[in-house]
Design a protein around this ligand. Structure first.
Ligand code: HEC
Length: 145
């Protein structure tokens, strides 16, 4: 007779613990899901091959094929994207890493009103370094440095 009330009291207690554990687990999962996009922002910058000597002429060809439709054949921009010959894209404001990241991950619209830039597939970090060398050369010619 003594054991029956004890047992009925004892059963709900572990259940409550399990429920609490499940709640904590659910909270952890939600927290992880929320922090994932934040972790994505700290993505590593794609690195060109060590010792690569970026070639602006090769970069020009790659730019015309992959970037000019929005940034303009002469880097003056278009109705789909901003000009690269703008103070905004001078090296101290948008360093070479910004080019690697924009091509790999795309870029949220924040300086202009063209909308977001989508990632550009099929380009290696070396390709992007060539493109960047071409853009820097044209920027210097335009007095942007
Ligand atoms: C479909 C159109 C489109 C194409 C193609 C495109 N871009 Fe963009 N790009 C944009 C737009 C739009 C922005 C965002 C401007 C803003 O900040 O509002 C942008 C921004 C950038 C930025 C600045 C990123 C930053 O950190 O603010 C860089 C660098 C860039 N593009 C490089 C490139 C290169 C290199 C290519 C070719 C490999 C390329 N883009 C192809 C539309 C394009």
């Amino acid at each position: 007779m003594k054991k029956t009330p004890n047992r009925s009291l004892a059963i709900p207690a572990p259940r409550r613990d399990t429920r609490l554990q499940l709640c904590l687990l659910a909270l952890l999962i939600v927290a992880a899901a929320i922090s994932l996009p934040v972790a994505a922002q700290g993505m590593p910058v794609p690195q060109p091959s060590p010792g690569l000597m970026p070639n602006p002429a090769a970069g020009k060809t790659l730019f015309e094929k992959n970037c000019a439709s929005c940034h303009g054949a002469n880097l003056q921009g278009s109705d789909k994207g901003p000009p690269m010959l703008s103070k905004i894209y001078e090296p101290s404001h948008h360093g070479d890493a910004a080019f690697q990241l924009a091509v790999k991950n795309g870029s949220r619209a924040h300086h202009w009103k063209f909308g977001d830039m989508a990632p550009v597939p099929g380009l290696s970090p070396d390709d992007v370094a060539q493109i960047t060398a071409y853009v820097r050369l044209e920027q210097r010619k335009a007095g942007i440095q």
